[in-house]
Design a protein around this ligand. Structure first.
Ligand code: BES
Ligand code: ZN
Ligand code: ZN
Length: 490
């Protein structure tokens, strides 16, 4: 993506399309001449919009005479409505969607906004909408390659936009990893991907624990979940040293179940098809580290993922098994489909013990119950430190990746009690309080009073069935922008 800021007049910019964003309060002085050249097309449309109910309305004028651009888009927003940052992002998303598609097929777009302070959010929405998963299609979609903002040169805006591009490109990477076939993006691929992605980075060190190392460390949880698969289980750790040497790191942990067939408790038809997305936590962790490297964030970060395939096979682990985890705790496998927590139990233990981070934040498509609770609009957050949860929730609001806190009260411990082991990987019948049970299980693998920990269940937000304003169906990249916002605030 190429970005420019120019103060050129709308008439002379030689882009495929120009988007003009104004309010329905009336024609701004600066556009009087432009409107005249268009025989009053802008003011006529504004009249149409003066009493509108919608948040915004748009028209596209093809081949406007006396203009250098091939298309002119007028977007009008409603002064009678309440606007927040997200509404402006959505407007940006709309611009991309309209100009990218159909008859317009713009490759280069110039944007003029009456409100200069909207530019940042407009471009963010534009960029987030400028991704299509067409890897397996013979006919490729049109994407915008160049954005030019028609405003005064402004170093701070330029810097902000460069940062935005760096972040959103990592969001694309996250989406692409998730959307791709699980046959391709398997544990072996994911481990190699990390090694390739960070090759040659001086302040990044990658460690891959394969089956032999996992066995040596008795990480029997991750080993059990992956034992029915052709692909070796792996823990990948990315150490990024952007801060002082010896300074304690912050750790991000991701669930990397590359395909979740459910194991011997096999998922029924209608519940399995999306399960290539069960490594969304891992993809987010990779992408967050990718941003950290690009932006040279001045802190030390550990990114860790547990990679497995939860397959149905003669070698699969059994419902009813008791497993002694790496930490020494025993778990009863009530259901092989509650595999994410079994994998993460070992990864969380490994990271806390080996790297002694100040904070651990894990991202996991852990439960379907979070969808029952919040649908696809919001993720669940739980943890042992209220300040950390509040900070993450604030970052969630900042970037519109919203989090809602669930309780971790002590009486929920009962739900995951087992008759024959220290803890069970499922909770109450009918999946009651299922998301909390997931969090409660994980809590067993964090040392109380030692590490600040938050668990973010992205089961509902990582992969959409319904198209959003600037996100197509499929992978969203949820967690990347949220975590980057939080890391930058530390
Ligand atoms: N990966 C799933 C959770 C999931 C389901 C995420 C749908 C996104 C969309 C997880 O491994 C799982 O199967 N969880 C079970 C747990 C149950 C067996 C206790 C669930 O949520 O049904
Ligand atoms: Zn599962
Ligand atoms: Zn799963």
């Amino acid at each position: 993506m190429k970005f420019m800021i120019k103060e050129d007049k709308i008439e002379i910019v030689k882009q495929d399309a120009v988007a003009v964003v104004i309010s329905n309060a009336g024609l701004p002085k600066q556009l009087k001449m432009t409107d005249k050249k268009l025989n009053g097309k802008i003011s006529n449309f504004l009249k149409e919009c003066s009493k509108m109910d919608e948040y915004y309305k748009q028209i596209v004028i093809p081949n406007p005479e006396k203009f250098a651009a091939k298309h002119l888009m007028i977007v009008v927003w409603n002064t009678k409505k309440e606007y927040d940052a997200q509404k402006i992002r959505e407007m940006g998303g709309l611009i991309t969607k309209v100009l990218r598609n159909n008859s317009v097929k713009a490759k280069s777009v110039a944007v003029y906004s009456e409100e200069t302070n909207h530019y940042r959010l407009l471009t963010e929405g534009m960029l987030l909408a400028n991704y299509v998963f067409d890897k397996y299609k013979t006919k490729k979609e049109n994407l915008i390659k160049q954005i030019c903002l028609l405003t005064k040169r402004n170093m701070r805006l330029k810097q902000e936009l460069d940062r935005q591009i760096a972040i959103v490109e990592s969001v694309y990477m996250c989406r692409e990893l998730i959307n791709s076939n699980a046959q391709e993006v398997n544990p072996t691929f994911m481990a190699k991907f990390a090694q390739n992605q960070f090759k040659g980075e001086k302040n990044v060190k990658i460690t891959v624990l394969g089956r032999a190392e996992l066995k040596k460390r008795k990480y029997n949880g991750i080993l059990a979940v992956g034992q029915g698969s052709e692909h070796e289980q792996r823990i990948v750790v990315i150490e990024y040293t952007g801060g002082k040497k010896g300074e304690k790191p912050v750790a991000l942990v991701g669930k990397g179940v590359c395909y979740d067939a459910g194991g011997l408790n096999i998922k029924p038809t209608g519940y399995m098809e999306e399960m290539k997305s069960d490594m969304s936590g891992a993809a987010a962790v990779y992408s967050i580290l990718d941003v950290a490297v690009k932006l040279r964030l001045p802190i030390n970060i550990i990114g860790a993922v547990g990679l497995v395939e939860n397959s149905v096979d003669g070698k699969s682990y059994f419902p009813g098994d008791v497993i002694i985890m790496g930490s020494g705790k025993s778990i009863e496998v009530g259901n092989t489909d509650a595999e994410g927590r079994v994998v993460l139990g070992d990864v969380l233990y490994h990271i806390e013990k080996t790297y002694k981070p100040t904070h651990i934040v894990d991202f996991a498509t852990l439960t379907g119950a979070t969808i029952v609770c919040f649908g696809e609009k919001c993720a669940s957050i739980m943890g042992n430190d209220q300040q950390l949860i509040d900070d993450l929730r604030q970052s969630g609001y900042n970037v519109h990746e919203r989090l809602w806190q669930l309780p971790m009260w002590e009486d929920y411990d009962k739900d995951v009690e087992s008759d024959i082991a220290d803890v069970k990987n499922i909770g109450l019948p009918k999946g009651n309080a299922g998301t909390i049970s997931g969090g409660k299980f994980l809590e067993n693998f964090i040392t109380k009073g030692k590490t600040k920990w938050a668990h973010i269940d992205i089961g509902g937000t990582a992969f959409l069935n319904k198209e959003g304003y600037y996100i197509n169906k499929g992978a969203t990249g949820f967690g990347v922008r949220l975590a980057v916002d939080w890391l930058r605030s530390l």
